[in-house]
Design a protein. Structure first.
Length: 132
């Protein structure tokens, strides 16, 4: 089975979250990751990277919101941490890019951290991954 089933499930999660505050949304958990890893027949590290690049591309193309992508990478990071797994390099790079949009840097409240920091970082990652 391909990653398409995982991506379809992520899209349905995204649509179900519209308008919900962070505290009331569905969070990914160990069971989701294990089920998806088994479904696609790939190690969890491969799954983490595939989900992360999917989120990066969706965000870069304005198909997915920052809040959704950030929440998913945070949930996955929580699973990785709880399972005491090693963070795959691509996942970690994308996680850090979304993390940069979570807070004002140097108290620069007139800047949108998503636009100033996350968007350029994600654009660079997507461009590198799209290069032959």
């Amino acid at each position: 089975m391909s990653f398409d089933a995982v991506f379809a499930e992520l899209l349905s999660i995204d649509q179900a979250q519209v308008g919900k505050p962070y505290f009331n949304r569905t969070h990914l958990a160990e069971d989701d990751i294990q089920r998806w890893s088994t479904l696609v027949g790939e190690p969890r590290a491969v799954l983490y990277d595939q989900i992360a690049i999917y989120l990066a591309r969706g965000f870069h193309n304005s198909e997915l919101t920052f809040d959704f992508c950030d929440a998913i990478v945070n949930d996955i990071h929580g699973v990785i941490t709880s399972a005491d797994e090693t963070r795959p390099a691509l996942f970690w790079e994308i996680y850090l890019a979304f993390d940069e949009g979570e807070y004002y840097q140097n108290e620069m409240r007139d800047e949108d951290p998503v636009d100033v920091y996350t968007r350029p970082l994600i654009a660079r990652i997507v461009e590198i991954r799209s290069s032959p």
